[in-house]
Ligand binder design. Structure first.
Ligand code: BG6
Length: 369
């Protein structure tokens, strides 16, 4: 039931605030992260030397965002691998490796086979999944469910923000167990994450209409590039994936620092480029790097669409369009920056008259390898 929305995707984007809130619910008590599903695993978390995150598609980009939090907060080295690549390359894993799988459906065959492979190789597995009782969680040692609610549109939106939320909870939990975070630090991060649903809602209330209108003006565009740094990089990849999936436009995401090593050759007058801009206050160094990237592409004629913090005056002179997001801590920012990109992809596909829920050639859950 679309509940009055024009598509399931529109409904699911509108549910992004709840998806985050519901994934947090019952897992935070007085500023302390407590995930009942992970009870009894303290020795495991204390003993691991490495985490490998395996997933496909959007879930893999959520995993890339989670890597920053797991490394920064829990101080465990993290690799993020596409499940189908992981399994066929004889990876080095053992009992000191924790494999974290991420899957909305819990049925993706590539991810399932990678989890089985990891278990057989002696690794412990935690699955982050949105579907109760699905196959992947049943094959895992522990499960952290995302509570985004059923996702019907093929292109994942609310599950993506819920997956990042679950990974952040996991990172805080493991950081607490390993003693790499103090209770005060955990409480501070928890406060920042708890503010996310209201901030996403603010983007939807203040900007959705404008972003959809803007996307409509770009309906004839043939190629869109997305740039980001740090946690903005996986968000750039996600923005590009969403656009290709539902609007069939060529779209590519790049790490902004990689520009001069190749992608800048693609910039010609009029080329639209979305740039995820880090917070000037929270991440001044990254912010100034990204602003110089914007200047470089602007000098070559790119049409710059900046996703930037409210009040960021530094991007204004160089951007053709600014999509604002509320102020947030650096690791929280991706949960906000992705929202305008989801709205944009949906707005553009809708303007082209396409079926946003059922894009051609794609299936919601791919149960073959
Ligand atoms: C793809 C879907 O086939 O599978 C993507 O079209 C999704 O939207 C990917 O991100 C992974 O799916 P799941 O269910 O494992 O998260």
């Amino acid at each position: 039931d679309k509940g009055g929305w024009s598509s399931f995707m529109a409904k699911e984007v509108s549910e992004e605030p709840e998806a985050v809130a519901n994934t947090l619910r019952g897992r935070i008590r007085d500023g302390v992260v407590s995930i009942p599903e992970l009870d009894g695993l303290d020795d495991l978390f204390a003993g691991i030397n490495r985490i490998i995150v395996i997933a496909c598609g959007t879930a893999a980009y959520a995993g890339m965002v989670g890597k920053y939090a797991l490394e920064q907060w829990a101080r465990v080295p993290v690799d993020v691998e596409l499940a189908h690549e992981f399994r066929y390359r004889d990876p080095v894993i053992g009992s000191d490796t924790l494999v974290v799988s991420i899957s909305q459906s819990g049925e993706t065959m590539d991810t399932l086979m990678a989890v089985k492979y990891a278990r057989e190789a002696g690794a412990k597995t935690v699955s982050i999944c949105n579907t109760q009782g699905a196959t992947i969680p049943r094959e895992s040692d522990a499960i952290v469910y995302t509570h985004a609610g059923p996702e019907v549109a093929v292109a994942s939106t609310k599950a993506f923000v819920a997956q990042i939320t679950a990974l952040y909870l996991l990172a805080l939990h493991v950081g607490g167990v390993r003693g790499t975070l103090t209770p005060t630090e955990i409480a501070q991060h928890v406060l920042e994450i708890e503010a996310v649903p209201e901030k996403i809602q603010r983007i939807l209330d203040r900007s959705q209409e404008h972003i959809e209108q803007f996307a409509g003006w770009m309906a004839d565009t043939r190629s869109v590039l997305f740039l980001g740094r740090h946690v903005g990089y996986p968000i750039a990849l996600e923005g590009a994936l969403k656009l290709k999936e539902i609007s069939y436009i060529h779209a590519e995401g790049f790490a902004a620092g990689e520009l001069k090593h190749g992608p800048i050759a693609l910039i010609e007058p009029g080329q639209p480029v979305f740039v995820i801009v880090p917070s000037p206050r929270e991440s001044p160094v990254l912010h100034s790097k990204v602003v110089s990237n914007i200047q470089e592409i602007r000098a070559r004629g790119a049409r710059v669409i900046a996703v930037a913090e409210e009040g960021d005056a530094a991007v204004l002179p160089f951007a053709d369009e600014v999509l604002h997001i509320p102020v947030a801590a650096p690791l929280v920012e991706p949960l906000l920056a992705v929202v305008p990109l989801h709205i944009f992809a949906m707005g553009l596909a809708t303007a082209k008259g396409l079926d946003v829920d059922q894009p051609r050639n794609l299936a919601k859950s791919v149960t073959v390898e």
